[in-house]
Design a protein around this ligand. Structure first.
Ligand SMILES: N[C@@H](CCC(=O)NCCCC(=O)O)C(=O)O
Length: 250
């Protein structure tokens, strides 16, 4: 019997002199080895995407992080810092895909940029520069640090005691997470329920209320060395189980 197929939408990024559709190995590995599903990288073709064809084979969708920001025009603002990277092709691919996946009850796990774009896809908005928002902590990584340090746990998040995340983490009240983002949730979209917050109040995880299946998003990076972090192992295993259940019922 085949394993569940999990769509992993790509970024458009420079690979040497050429543009390429890219997905970091760590995300693909977390789907394969953590969720135990078959990752399928989806090119960021925007409106040229055949969403029906993709959804017909998808048993899950995982949205990755990215250095690029969700275009602020998609939540009714102008881009405050045009020097920061954008990826309009990814926006035009992921936003419709997110809405379609939720409608069909296809399991969804969203990470960092994915967490932000899912909120925007459902009508929410972002802070474009968290570090400029009074009372907010610094959530960006130090880019000069070695990667292991950039992705090391840097602050705690408090989990909603009645939430899905707390349940799948065996009743944990708080966990330590890494933090590599300059943007963050401003207005949470209607229909999303907070699962975790940082000490400064920032929403760090949410679920889709009343979702037909697993639909969870986290601002941190569980995919980073996931096998060394028991919380990340449980998260990817739960996502994989939801994909297996979706596949069995389809
Ligand atoms: N650009 C957004 C999202 C941040 C993000 O996804 N960072 C991860 C980048 C690299 C990786 O995939 O590990 C923001 O700054 O908030």
């Amino acid at each position: 019997m085949r394993s569940p197929i999990v769509l992993v939408p790509a970024c458009v990024a420079q690979a040497g002199p050429h543009l390429a559709h890219t997905a970091h190995l760590k995300y693909v590995a977390a789907v394969a080895d953590g969720a135990r599903c078959t990752p399928l990288i989806v090119p960021a073709l925007g409106a040229a995407t055949d969403f029906e064809a993709l959804l017909a084979v998808a048993d899950g969708v995982m949205l990755t992080g990215s250095p690029s920001n969700v275009n602020a025009g998609l939540y009714g603002e102008t881009v405050l810092d045009p020097s920061l990277p954008q990826d309009p092709a990814r926006d035009a691919t992921t936003l419709p895909l997110i809405r379609a996946a939720i409608k069909r009850g296809i399991p969804l796990l969203a990470i960092c940029r994915g967490f932000q774009e899912m909120n925007v896809a459902l009508g929410g908005s972002l802070h474009q520069a968290l570090h400029g928002v009074p009372g907010m902590a610094e959530h960006r990584e130090r880019k000069d640090d070695p990667l292991d340090q950039q992705y090391a746990p840097s602050h705690r998040v408090l989990l909603d005691p009645g939430g899905q995340l707390a349940r799948l983490l065996d009743g944990a009240g708080e966990i330590m997470v890494n933090s590599l983002h300059g943007q963050g949730i401003n207005r949470l979209a209607a229909g999303l329920a907070v699962e975790a917050r940082a000490d400064d109040g920032l929403v760090e995880a949410y679920r889709v209320e009343g979702a037909k299946s697993f639909a969870l998003a986290v601002q941190w990076h569980p995919e980073w060395r996931f096998s060394e972090n028991p919380d990340s192992v449980k998260l990817f295993r739960a996502f994989g189980d939801a994909c297996r259940a979706y596949k069995a019922d389809r």
